[in-house]
Design a binder for this molecule. Structure first.
Ligand code: HEC
Ligand code: HEC
Length: 276
């Protein structure tokens, strides 16, 4: 009897603490939003949320937090604009109750303040060619990940190695420009996208791997831009050479035509014939 009472007390206690903690906006924010957002600390993966409750009303915020992709698809101008600004890096939908969303919004509101511009991106300042090369090997699977997670190439492609997964996930060619070093690190640490959570939650990446991969992705974005430049110069050169050849052929053709029709040539030929 006493035992049963203890068990049911424990169950009630667990339920109450679980309920209380899930209602706690600060805690929810920390667990589900802080990998990508600060409140007053500058842009991370997503915008600084300080003051967002003054800018947008609660109905809009609730819809955006529950499923920003749906709101963007519906054509909502504010959602479309922020989606564009972040190059369609979509925030994962919040899986939770209406009360929880409300608790998070109240928490953001209670912090007040105003959004700061991005903090300086210093994470990759010390990255060397070695980090980039190791990152490339990890990305493509030539070097296995320490905790045996799948290599990134199974889902993503980049311009110097094509992904095996094709269109399973987006190409990471330009990710660095949107996310910066800090943002890539935040994503690889907190795994906010379900596909990546499933892959790495039980096979986490270590700090060194995260650093090497981030350094590689920075290099990819930078060489992507340079690559486009060299490619277009090359096309221009090809066009130039092609045009020149065409011009020469035309000239040559005209020259032959001119010679064949030339009266002098006929006279010259006759003269040559009589001289023999
Ligand atoms: C994987 C990173 C990520 C996570 C996790 C995330 N967000 Fe976002 N969030 C973004 C990005 C990126 C944008 C801007 C682009 C977009 O989604 O349209 C954004 C935009 C927003 C906006 C719109 C801001 C504005 O200025 O209009 C709000 C509000 C927001 N997030 C709240 C939240 C809340 C609350 C949570 C936690 C429940 C959360 N986000 C979790 C990445 C994230
Ligand atoms: C099982 C598939 C899978 C694997 C493996 C995987 N990812 Fe992802 N990744 C995703 C999905 C899905 C997204 C969400 C964006 C999208 O829809 O493509 C994503 C998003 C990202 C983003 C944000 C990209 C952006 O610009 O929006 C980065 C950075 C990233 N992954 C890096 C990596 C790295 C580095 C690895 C290897 C350690 C990796 N991923 C392995 C599926 C995967």
């Amino acid at each position: 009897m006493v035992f049963m009472q203890r068990v049911s007390m424990t169950i009630v206690f667990c339920l109450v603490t679980f309920y209380a903690s899930s209602q706690d906006g600060a805690d929810l924010f920390k667990r589900t939003c802080s990998p990508c957002h600060s409140i007053g600390g500058g842009r991370l993966v997503g915008p600084d949320l300080a003051g967002v409750t003054k800018k947008a009303d609660k109905v809009w915020l609730t819809k955006f937090i529950k499923n920003s992709a749906d709101l963007i698809k519906s054509g909502d101008p504010a959602a479309v604009a922020i989606g564009k600004e972040y190059n369609n890096l979509l925030m994962p939908p919040f899986i939770g109750s209406e009360n929880e969303v409300s608790a998070i919004i109240n928490f953001i509101d209670s912090k007040g303040g105003s959004a700061q511009s991005a903090a300086a991106d210093t994470f990759l300042n010390a990255a060397s060619v070695e980090n980039v090369m190791r990152g490339k090997a990890l990305f493509s699977g030539n070097l296995p990940l320490k905790n045996a997670g799948s290599s990134c190439i199974t889902c993503h492609s980049v311009h110097d190695v094509a992904g095996i997964g094709g269109s399973l996930a987006k190409s990471l060619n330009l990710s660095y420009f949107i996310l910066k070093g800090q943002g890539i690190k935040a994503i690889l640490q907190s795994l906010p996208f379900p596909a990546m959570t499933n892959t790495y939650a039980t096979h986490p990446l270590n700090d060194q791997e995260i650093y090497d991969l981030a350094a590689y992705l920075k290099n990819i974005s930078q060489t992507m831009v340079k690559g486009q430049a060299t490619r277009s110069t090359f096309h221009f050169l090809l066009l130039g050479i092609g045009g020149w050849c065409l011009f020469m052929l035309l000239l040559f053709g005209l020259w032959r035509l001119r010679k064949r029709l030339s009266v002098n040539h006929a006279i010259f030929a006759r003269q040559m014939a009589t001289e023999k």
